[in-house]
Design a protein around this ligand. Structure first.
Ligand code: ARG
Length: 459
């Protein structure tokens, strides 16, 4: 089949070159957006009388028929036609005749592909935002249902201070909230209509770009045709936001992997979300979490690939930019899959309240509380830190926990210590007392939960 651009060529394209340059094997997935964009473009061409209304009608009818066939799997994309754009255009011409060739009036594949990618990402971002919200909802539900559950909070993976499990889990809620913000922000810059920039400099034909933007529900039209066809910032931003999200998901995955281990024993993962070993019959492996953790790497790789691809590219469009698609698609697929599987898994995770609580007994988790007790009695914090350190040392030497010390023993370290110290040594009191804004007290955590719910209701 003759190529649509073959006019100035005498020779045929080498087969290996077709295989090397084609993108339809991966960009075919843009068909829906490609047709949507074309219909808007042709509608505008008709309205502007650049082509007759009758021709526009025939083209649109043809495009709708192609759309239906693709939907029903009755369309085969051909590698020799290079990309999704050419495949659809060529098929249109085959079906309705030379009038189909009017579709590409005042348009180039350079602005067409920019439009398609923006339309596609707009949908993907909305889908990702929806999935983030679902995962947030699940986290919130677990946090609410386990509000009484206490556990050690960690720094350096060493037991540090007692916290509410809900507070720990809601930390992920906050990360996801920032992720949402990043995607929403990225959406603003994705939601700019590039069509009409044509190859790079605009067109001599009297197009109406604002009308196309209106048809496609773009709140903005690109301001510079050279920029519009050479800009992939929005794609990079999408992958960067996704990389950050994957960092968060990988941290959650890693913690659950640890918590699910025999060593921690804090949670039990649902059978439906674990896998067995082909050799060790006793194994129940957290593969879903491991894969989530591992897939963060591929999204970072995607980001590096697109950044490196765009770096130092001369303006405007360069074919290098075709390489963006697989990285963008892979990122969207990866992020969506990870968010979805985690949200499905979360309600089935069993938190072992006893084990979590038991882990708060040793590790001197309320040492800071003793220091703050002494501060309240007038001692400078540095000094209080030193005194408490000595108490801890004493406990280690004697094989005791803080709660196992007598008042007399403690008074030996500071006269300021009174009977009420035992109140502060208790882990539950310790948590309850952390009422500073954003702290782990039940009061503070419940107040955050209420605020979140109010926010959600307002939306
Ligand atoms: N398949 C190309 C891409 O993905 C479409 C744009 C091609 N434009 C061109 N002048 N070769 O970037």
């Amino acid at each position: 089949m003759n190529k649509l651009w073959s006019g100035r060529f005498r020779g045929r394209t080498e087969k290996a070159v077709e295989a090397f340059t084609e993108s339809v094997s991966f960009d075919a997935r843009l068909w829906r957006h490609d047709i949507e964009g074309s219909i808007a473009h042709v509608t505008m061409l008709g309205r502007q009388k650049i082509i007759s209304k009758k021709d526009a009608g025939r083209i649109i009818k043809g495009l709708r028929a192609i759309k239906k066939d693709i939907q029903e799997g009755a369309f085969s994309f051909r590698e020799s036609l290079e990309d999704v754009h050419m495949n659809i255009e060529q098929e249109l011409i085959r079906r309705i005749g030379p009038v189909g060739g009017k579709i590409h009036t005042a348009r180039s594949r350079n602005d067409q592909v920019a439009l398609d990618l923006r339309l596609y990402l707009r949908d993907e971002i909305s889908a990702v935002l929806g999935l983030i919200e679902v995962l947030q909802r699940e986290l919130l539900a677990v946090a609410e249902n386990h509000i009484g559950c206490i556990m050690p909070g960690y720094t350096h993976l060493q037991r540090a201070q007692p916290v509410l499990l809900s507070h720990h889990l809601l930390a992920y809620y906050e990360m996801l909230e920032r992720d949402r913000g990043r995607y929403e922000d990225c959406l603003k810059r994705t939601n700019v209509m590039p069509l009409g920039s044509a190859a790079l400099s605009g067109t001599t034909l009297p197009i109406d770009r604002a009308y196309v933007a209106e048809l496609l529900e773009f709140p903005a039209v690109s301001e510079n045709s050279i920029d519009a066809v050479s800009d992939r910032d929005f794609a990079i931003e999408f992958i960067a936001a996704s990389g950050m999200l994957m960092t968060h998901l990988s941290r959650l995955a890693e913690e659950f992997i640890l918590w699910n281990s025999e060593e921690f024993g804090f949670i039990e993962l649902p059978d439906a979300f674990t896998t067995g070993s082909s050799i060790m019959p006793q194994k129940k492996n957290p593969d879903v979490l491991e894969l989530t953790r591992g897939k963060a790497g591929r999204v970072y790789g995607n980001l590096m690939a697109v950044l490196a691809m765009m770096k130092a590219l001369p303006l405007a469009y360069n074919r290098d930019m075709q390489e963006d698609k697989e990285r963008v698609f892979d990122t969207a697929d990866t992020v969506r899959a990870c968010l979805d599987v985690l949200a499905r898994m979360l309600p089935g995770v069993r938190f072992r309240k006893d084990a979590l609580e038991r882990a708060t007994v040793s590790g001197f988790l309320t040492a800071t509380d003793i220091a703050e007790y002494l501060v309240r009695k007038g001692m400078p914090f540095r000094e209080a830190h030193g005194v408490t350190g000595k108490i801890v040392r004493h406990c280690i030497d004697q094989g005791k926990i803080l709660g196992g010390l007598t008042l007399k023993e403690m008074k030996g370290f500071s006269r300021r210590i009174e009977k009420d110290i035992f109140h502060y040594i208790d882990v539950k009191t310790s948590i309850g007392e952390r009422q500073s804004y954003g702290g782990t007290s039940r009061k503070a955590v419940l107040s955050r939960i209420r605020k979140i719910k109010k926010m959600k209701k307002r939306k």
